[in-house]
Design a protein around this ligand. Sequence first.
Ligand code: ADP
Ligand code: MG
Length: 283
Amino acid sequence: MVAGVVSMQEKSLLKVRAAQEGQGRIEIDGVSIVFGSGATATTAVQETSVSISPGEFVCILGPSGCGKSTLLNSVAGYVTPSSGRVLVDDELVTEPGPDRGMVFQQYSLFPWKTVHQNIAFGPRRAGYTKTECGAIANTFLSMIGLSKIADSYPGELSGGMQQRVGIARALANYPRVLLMDEPFGALDAQTRLMMQESLLSIWSEFGITVLFVTHDVDEAIFLADRILIMSASPGSVIADLKVGLERPRLPEMATAPEAVELKKKCLASIRAQSLKAFEEVRR
Ligand code: ADP
Ligand code: MG
């Protein structure tokens, strides 16, 4: 377990503000996303509808260029659907907001701020007092096992460490949902596995909805309750697979018959889509 020891008081702070009962429902309703216009128009996402329940861990899986990031960005509010709409807890998404925490593959920390200041930044903007922000940052630092590096600068940390700070920073805004775009894609295999386990323990602590983009089948099976497979460009969800493996997940579950069967299904589907994309480029 990577996460640090959390005191009872800190736990209640996390629970009271973070896992607000029943929050974090995502409704992607008939969304199409077209970039550009005329002859150069690219349809990145085509007619996609998905409902995600509060507290679910959902992975979006698909070949490169199929529209995973674009779809995730529409939930984050960075991209506006050309048609259809995205709702989070029945509120129309029109712009980015701290209620939807985002973690990217490239660590997007402020390099001139310490780890503690990075995490306290969101709460400070939300209007908490300096003392409250300090307490919130400390809570999340200890939860994610980073108290010892509170005063370090991002440039002094490994990729895995920076990504943990990125997750803590997103969570310190008490978001309704956590949106993650291939967050562990740049990490080595060993660190990646530790990060996956750490994320699952945070997720079960918080009960927060996670929408996680990956092109890695093993990662999707290890993490998710549900895997949404996207077709090759223009992307839409072509399969919605339940991952029935019990929790807590353990690395050795990867060889359980159910996991192997699911992996075969995912790989076949992705391979078909990748081939299709490849053929389209050649045509
Ligand atoms: P993925 O994350 O699955 O690799 P993306 O969502 O990044 O795929 O991209 C899907 C498609 O949309 C690609 O063809 C990509 O070139 C195109 N695309 C993404 N963002 C933009 C943009 N801002 N302007 C124009 N085209 C874009
Ligand atoms: Mg992407």
